[in-house]
Design a protein around this ligand. Structure first.
Ligand code: GTP
Ligand code: MG
Length: 205
């Protein structure tokens, strides 16, 4: 999948700051430090487009990007113009209570109000699996007609024989087989694009 255009649009907290919802939008959600920002950089093939950090909880605002994707390579070269959203990480215990209490409403307001949202990639750390937050969030997102694509991140940290059982557990918890992904090796990139673009084609249910 080629991505000829990828650019930062803006950071926003309140709905009044969100850019207009004109393009099909893909959002990336998951626990702090799960690898959301790294994954977006791999998807759009821009190393430093989204800031990543080894300190969990760095992405506190909703970050909006624009990406043009070549959907069918070859003769037609059909493009899709998309909006891409990096959400603040949830569930990080070590930040102050006031900070934590501002994230949840930010994410929930976004997920429930954003009309152009077609799919949420829900990231789960391969070594932690799906915890209560993800188990609750997945059906809630789906109930709004938005496709949920589970992604098992940091797959490079698992031994070969650990991967299948870990993916099976995510499947059991979230009712869908996860894309096995590594930002370090690029594994899973094509499959993830395919599942996200299928959701774009399908539109909102
Ligand atoms: P917040 O913005 O704090 O919520 O974190 P995030 O989910 O955006 O995570 P980020 O992409 O910043 O990555 C967190 C840390 O995990 C960084 O040190 C990354 O280098 C590392 N990381 C991310 N993806 C992978 C991966 O696939 N494999 C490995 N080994 N490390 C990864
Ligand atoms: Mg981040």
């Amino acid at each position: 999948m080629r991505v000829p255009v990828a650019e930062f649009i803006k950071s926003a907290a309140a709905p009044s700051d969100w850019p207009p919802d004109e393009l099909p939008e893909l959002a990336f959600a998951g626990r702090s430090n799960v690898g959301k920002s790294s994954l977006i950089n791999v998807l759009v093939e821009r190393k430093g487009l989204v800031k990543t950090s080894s300190t969990p909880g760095r992405t506190r605002l909703i970050n909006f990007f624009h990406a043009d994707v070549i959907v069918s390579p070859g003769n037609s070269g059909e493009r899709a113009a998309l909006s891409v959203v990096d959400l603040p990480g949830f569930g990080y215990a070590k930040v102050s209570k006031t900070e934590r209490s501002t994230w949840r409403p930010t994410i929930e307001a976004y997920l429930s109000q954003r009309k152009s949202l077609v799919a949420v990639a829900l990231l789960v750390d391969a070594r932690r699996g799906a915890e209560l937050d993800e188990r609750e969030l997945a059906p809630w997102i789906a109930s709004q007609g938005v496709t949920v694509v589970p992604v098992m991140t940091k797959a490079d940290k698992l031994a070969k024989h650990e991967r299948r059982p870990a993916a099976d557990k995510v499947l059991a918890a979230l009712q869908q087989r996860p894309v096995i992904f590594s930002a370090q090796t690029g594994e899973g990139r094509e499959e993830l694009w395919k599942r996200l673009l299928d959701a774009v084609k399908k539109g909102r249910g």
